[in-house]
Ligand binder design. Structure first.
Ligand code: UGA
Length: 436
């Protein structure tokens, strides 16, 4: 088992660190955020991620998992150092590498071993790993040998722990045989397929995978928009398409577009990256444009159905960008709220988990409620934005009983058309015939 240091305790770093300790490695996670580290030292997870807190507590107690703010302490014994800090978006869409550069320089200053393997987990543009090596060497003792590895992650928020143990593949990009052997030892206990390649290809696999998944979503959303005009049902179209194993049935759920911290940022960064080498990635630009429109879809529908939104009470069901997370980054809810408010509507929202984070962003510009039932009371229309279990499972009779006018704009196709037709509700969904 290895001595591993992980820099950054965000989603990627924390999940990676905790899961590596769970399979027996000795892991020290380092972060500059003192309060976060203190919380983690008590075994409390600062993020909502199913299974994470239990594993954190357990491995801290077993003495395999440590948290510190001291680089010195973290790197003292480390054979492998993972970089898992954020790469936020620059105003032009490119990835901001400030944090990656800062931690690389810190690594250089604190290295004690002759050979150290540096693994980049953060999603970084092609070519960054080579820069990481230069940044480290610029600060390191002269005889230090740095072995860089690109090891992108494919975790989904909300199932990150499960994805780590049951992922489809582990990608390792390196030109160092020393690092290659060591990474094999780090990851083999997971028993997952390992795909080895060069650094640049590994870096690109991450962007290409996210861009492809985003393309699938925008594609099915365009088909959904066509379905609405042609009288077809996108769910049947997607099911029929997905039976072709070359297409695959996953990521063909039509809805209100993709959000979150990854797809919007990574698609823009790849367009930017292509531009840097004079390549017009027109296809991906269209994917981004389609998503921009799709995130506003429920607003457009509300305008069509209700006419004016002035003074209308709109119930927003779900605020997080997807279920099982409290993440509000690039959530369609935020875009919809802005559009609705500009049109004069009053918003009352409910989310089982993300309310606190939403409140930090939206303050008292909207009302908040504690349940679906409370949220839809006396509403002129309800918008289903996130398909949480309690939202999906709300009986349609509740809408009939509670709302002023039972107009449901379902951005996640939570009910079947047949179900909706059985109730006196006006039901509009994505890519399917409406029932009024
Ligand atoms: C995504 C990828 O799925 C992960 O493989 C990747 O590691 C991660 O980005 C990352 O780069 O870190 P995540 O953003 O957590 O993971 O969420 P997804 O479950 O992929 O969903 C993204 C968005 O697409 C959500 O807004 C979801 O509602 C939407 N979506 C997804 C659809 O609209 N339709 C679908 O069929 C699937």
């Amino acid at each position: 088992m290895k001595n591993i240091a992980i820099i950054g305790t965000g989603y990627v770093g924390l999940v990676t660190g905790v899961c590596l300790s769970e399979i027996g490695h000795h892991v020290t996670c380092v972060d500059i955020d003192q309060a976060k580290i203190e919380t983690l030292q008590q075994g409390i997870s600062p993020i909502y991620e199913p299974g994470l807190e239990e594993l954190t507590k357990d491995n801290v107690q077993r003495g395999r998992l440590h948290f510190t703010t001291s680089y010195h302490q973290a790197f003292a014994e480390a054979e492998v150092i993972f970089i898992a800090v954020g790469t936020p978006q620059n105003p032009d869409g490119s990835a901001n590498l400030t944090y990656v550069q800062q931690v690389s320089e810190q690594i250089g200053r604190h290295l004690t071993r002759r050979d150290t393997v540096i693994v980049t987990k953060s999603t970084v543009p092609v070519g960054t790993n080579r820069k990481v090596r230069d940044w480290i060497i610029s600060q390191a003792p002269v005889d230090t040998r740095i072995h860089t590895v690109s090891n992108p992650e494919f975790l989904r928020e909300g199932s990150a722990v499960q994805d780590t143990f049951q992922g489809d593949r582990i990608v390792i990009g390196t030109d160092s045989p020393f690092a290659s052997i060591l990474m094999e030892e780090v990851y083999s206990p997971f028993g997952l397929p390992i795909f080895s390649t060069d650094i640049e290809s590994a870096e690109l696999i991450k962007y290409a995978s996210n861009a492809f998944l985003a393309t699938k979503i925008s594609f099915i959303n365009e088909i959904a928009n066509l379905c609405e005009k042609l009288g077809a049902n996108v769910e049947d179209v997607a099911a029929g398409m997905g039976m072709d194993t070359r297409i695959g049935s996953q990521f063909l759920r039509a809805g209100i577009g993709y959000g979150g911290s990854c797809f919007p940022k990574d698609t823009k960064a790849l367009v930017q990256l292509a531009g840097d080498v004079q390549h017009n990635f027109d296809l991906l630009e269209s994917v981004i444009r389609v998503n921009h429109e799709q995130q506003r879809k429920l607003f457009t529908k509300a305008m069509e159905v209700l006419g004016s939104l002035q003074g209308k009470r709109i119930a927003m069901l779900g605020l997080a960008f997807k279920p099982n997370t409290d993440d509000m980054r690039e959530a369609a809810s935020l875009i919809l709220i802005e559009e609705l408010q500009k049109a004069g509507a009053d918003i009352i929202a409910y989310d089982p988990i993300a309310m606190k984070k939403a409140q930090a962003i939206l303050g008292d510009t909207i009302e908040y409620s504690q349940s679906v039932t409370e949220c839809i009371q006396n509403a002129d229309a309800a918008m289903i934005v996130t398909e949480w279990e309690d939202i999906k499972n709300t009986p349609l009779s509740t809408y009939v009983e509670q709302m002023k006018t039972p107009v449901i704009l379902d951005g996640r196709n939570c009910y079947t058309i047949e179900e909706a037709a059985g109730y006196p509700v006006s039901y509009y969904s994505i890519g399917r015939p409406s029932s009024t």
